[in-house]
Design a protein around this ligand. Structure first.
Ligand code: ADP
Length: 175
């Protein structure tokens, strides 16, 4: 049985992430979606919240994939979690060359720390090439509709957290 991990910040999960998770579940026996702490990023949602948003979003996966996917979190290193849980593969989605340098460095470090561990790069779906959690938050903060970018089940949570009406919005609403 091959267990794969889809690691990331998922702050919050987007349809781009869901696409990678679904395709991983079509290939591997079990997929663990693992929320990790990225020290380079200031999170909008806590780790517990991100796990909860991910779990709810799994309802959008086809039923045959859903049963193979679990959501978890770790405050430690990916390779340590992988060893503990018998996972030998990480699946990373690649959007563009800009993702590559960082992901390649991570993959090489993980290989050094855990030589049996493989990182598999999956090309992103062309529909989601431009999509990132950061972009979603920037657009939602302006009060724009982000429904096409994130799972419907988490839409309210994202808007409630990031949308900050400005004084001029009150004018537009006729307040
Ligand atoms: P990190 O903080 O590790 O970059 P992210 O949550 O931003 O975490 O991304 C997690 C993983 O999902 C990474 O492998 C990233 O390349 C991939 N990913 C992010 N957005 C997309 C997308 N739109 N399409 C495909 N893969 C994506």
């Amino acid at each position: 049985m091959t267990i794969a991990i889809c690691p990331g910040s998922f702050d919050p999960v987007t349809k781009g992430h869901l696409d990678i998770i679904k395709r991983s579940a079509e290939i591997f026996d079990k997929v663990i979606v693992l929320v990790l702490i990225n020290p380079a990023k200031t999170p909008t949602f806590t780790v517990a919240e991100r796990v909860e948003l991910l779990r709810r979003s799994m309802a959008e996966l086809p039923e045959d994939c859903r049963g193979k996917v679990a959501v978890d979190s770790s405050t430690g290193l990916l390779v340590d979690y992988a060893k503990e849980h018998g996972a030998r593969v990480a699946v990373k989605g690649l959007r563009a060359v800009t993702d590559f340098e960082y992901e390649f460095q991570q993959a090489l470090i993980n290989k050094k720390l855990y030589p049996e561990f493989e990182t598999v790069f999956m090309t992103c779906n062309s529909h989601y090439m431009y999509l990132s959690s950061t972009m979603v938050k920037q657009i939602a903060a302006e009060g724009r509709d982000v429904r096409e970018f994130i799972p419907a089940a988490i839409y309210e949570d994202v808007m409630n957290r990031v949308y900050r009406p400005r004084p001029c919005d009150a004018d537009r609403a006729g307040v």
